[in-house]
Write a new protein. Structure first.
Length: 394
């Protein structure tokens, strides 16, 4: 079994504000030198004080590392969880959670607009282990209730905002439905980040992150995380983290912590820029629909305003000219760069049908071929607006 590591003495508490905790939680200065930034513990193993005499519980790098502990301490604080676990990628985190919480024959209810990689993991990998799944519109609570009634339902998986259509799900209402049948309620909080939304406060059991995105924030690190409301499930997932070994490296953990320190200020700028672009695109002759919860006519606007402290930096658009127009638009921007991923300081543009969601073609999660997704960065908004306008003009 993995060792339980003693948390560092905390400077901060949950009574401190979010930005204060993001900068200080788990980040005490080095007691030997006084270095304000804790060192990267780039080590594979730890010297023992006699056989079994572990220093602060550290034995071997797969089982634990102080740099990884600092990130996990920080994530648990920001999401309000009892424990967080850091993994090599978001999908590695999801895989560990699925194996910790489910057994062959169990059933998952999943939103019908979700990250393609999540659906692929559940539908193509875990299905061979006997895990069944049903996709449903999470805004239709009656449909969710019916799907949850399927024999063996053990998990309800929520993405809000969703990828790529920016659907907003009522976390509290879905938690009530999921818990009524004994299901573990999981919320993928990657798009919002804890700077805008803390699902555990609405009763969710587990929060999932691709820390690659807004938490890391600089497109220089791959990672994933789980944050738990319950110690028992956390312990099961921690055992899998240790036994299967898909852990984040010390450098990756350190880079993620570095990114989190500026999370709140970055997300505010992401949100302001995205709002400006969404408003500019509404009514444009080349645009059929703008998917952004900050727009008053977005079907999830009121719910997002109650559930989130901002509307985020992600938006999608449906082009009036169909697939050809969408592809041309995605390939014509200059400041927005054509690439997978999201949440970095630089603006990215993607064509989900052939990129992030190519694996869900032919399923209920298939993305229309006139959809383009924008990850709005923190550049000068006038430059972003000009770039989008010139690309649409082509």
């Amino acid at each position: 079994m993995p060792q339980t590591h003693h948390a560092r003495r905390k400077k901060t508490t949950m009574t401190h504000g979010f930005a204060t905790r993001a900068i200080h939680e788990g980040q005490e200065f080095d007691p030997t030198t006084g270095a304000i930034i804790p060192p990267i513990y780039q080590t594979s193993t730890f010297v023992q004080d006699g056989i079994g005499g572990l220093r602060n519980g550290y034995e071997y790098g797969r089982g634990g590392n102080p740099t990884r502990t600092s990130l996990e301490t920080l994530l648990a604080s920001l999401e309000g969880g009892v424990r967080a676990l850091s993994f090599a990628s978001g999908l590695a985190a999801e895989d560990a959670l699925l194996r910790a919480a489910l057994r062959p024959g169990d059933h998952i209810v999943l939103g019908n607009d979700a990250y393609g990689g999540t659906h692929r993991l559940i539908d193509r990998i875990h299905s061979e282990w006997g895990i069944r799944n049903t996709t449903v519109d999470l805004a239709d609570l009656d449909a969710v209730r019916t799907a949850l009634g399927t024999d063996g339902t053990r998990m309800l998986w929520i993405e809000t905002p969703s990828n790529p259509l920016m659907k907003i799900s009522d976390i509290a209402a879905l938690v009530e439905l999921g818990h009524a049948v004994g299901a573990v309620v999981v919320v993928d909080n990657t798009f919002a980040s804890p700077a805008l939304q803390q699902p555990l406060s609405f009763g969710a059991d587990v929060v999932v992150h691709s820390t690659t995105k807004y938490l890391g924030g600089h497109s220089d690190v791959i990672g994933g995380a789980l944050v738990f409301a319950d110690e028992e499930l956390a312990a099961k997932a921690q055992f899998l983290q240790f036994a299967a070994g898909a852990v984040s490296s010390p450098m990756d953990a350190w880079l993620t912590v570095r990114g989190i320190k500026t999370l709140q200020v970055r997300v505010r700028r992401h949100s302001a820029n995205a709002q400006a672009i969404a408003e500019a695109l509404v009514g444009h002759a080349g645009v059929e629909t703008v998917y952004y919860p900050g727009l008053p006519d977005h079907p999830g606007h009121d719910l997002a305003a109650r559930q989130m402290s901002g509307f985020g930096g992600m938006l999608s658009v449906a082009l009036a000219g169909g697939a050809q127009a969408a592809r041309r638009f995605a390939e014509s921007t200059h400041v927005f760069q054509l690439a997978e991923s999201l949440g970095g300081v630089e603006s990215l543009i993607g064509y989900p049908s052939e990129m992030t969601h190519a694996s869900v073609k032919g399923t209920p999660l298939e993305v229309a071929d006139n959809i383009v997704r924008l990850s709005v960065g923190i550049e000068d908004v006038d430059d972003l607006l000009e770039d989008v306008e010139q690309a649409l003009g082509r």
